[in-house]
Write a protein that binds this ligand. Structure first.
Ligand code: 13P
Length: 258
């Protein structure tokens, strides 16, 4: 089954107005690439409007790195799904390991955030559910158990009609920002496990869900990772802050689409 290649840049707590302008200008020069690869950038929420304005004429999407699990209310400093969607976000990352580790995103909160995204039907915002094991869990051979637990708790209430709005990102915690990338075959093994899990639960529509790899993806390792059968693209941290590097990663995904 042909799944569209997808590359998402996660700027985390980085970026600037000049980076918005230079990244948008570089992408504007690549119309062919944008036909073959879905490119999304998740800047910090305060740069979302600027990103949307800078890319309004381009086939490039905007996303955010998190949302609150409530629809509205007294939650100082937080953003609801509706607020970010109205500001132009078409993709929402949920369950990133940095949020699970440092910002109290428990399995229950992640599941509630998933429900917020899926309950919002004004616009078809896509959910990018991040899963991944720590170094200790891998050393103890718990990788698949951890991934399965993260998938089942986050997606327990998902219906098959909502699957077209789901993307999974496999991000081994030990590979994030460390320069240690999973070997392509090692990543493929987990991607195949996720694909099987989705297929067992939802059949062919489960199999059609895009599964991204994230964790120290760079221009020089992207081609080998994206050549794996179940790796449909990447979720890119550090390298998405460097225009040339990010474009080279998008081009590596373009090779997958041909
Ligand atoms: P790095 O690409 O910097 O390792 O970050 C990956 C990531 O966490 C993307 O969400």
């Amino acid at each position: 089954m042909q799944r569209q290649a997808l590359v998402i840049g996660n700027w985390k707590m980085n970026g600037s107005q000049p980076l918005v302008a230079s990244m948008a200008a570089a992408l504007a020069a690549q119309p062919e690439l944008l036909k073959q690869v879905t490119v999304v950038v998740c800047p910090p929420a305060v740069l979302l409007t600027s990103w949307c304005q800078a890319t309004s004429a381009l086939a490039v999407a905007a996303g955010v790195q998190d949302i609150n699990e409530h629809a509205d209310g007294a939650h100082t400093g937080e953003h609801s799904l509706q607020l970010v969607a109205e500001a132009g976000a078409e993709y929402v990352l949920v369950g990133h390991s940095e949020r699970r580790q440092w910002y109290a995103d428990s399995a229950a909160r992640v599941a509630a955030k998933v429900q917020q995204v899926m309950a919002y039907t004004e616009q078809p915002v896509k959910l990018v559910l991040c899963v991944g094991e720590s170094a200790e869990q891998r050393a103890q051979q718990q990788t698949m158990t951890v991934i399965e637990a993260q998938l089942s708790s986050a997606l327990a209430a998902l219906t098959s009609a909502q699957l077209s709005r789901l993307v999974i990102a496999y991000e081994p915690v030990w590979a994030i920002g460390t320069g240690l990338t999973a070997e392509p075959a090692q990543a493929q093994q987990v991607h195949a496990f996720i694909r099987n899990w989705l297929t067992n639960k939802w059949g062919v529509s489960g199999a059609a869900v895009q599964i991204l790899y994230g964790g120290s993806v760079k221009a020089d390792n992207a081609t080998a990772l994206f050549a794996e059968v179940d790796i449909d693209g990447g979720l890119i941290g550090g390298a998405s802050l460097q225009v040339e590097e990010f474009l080279a990663i998008c081009a590596a995904a373009q090779a997958r689409s041909r």
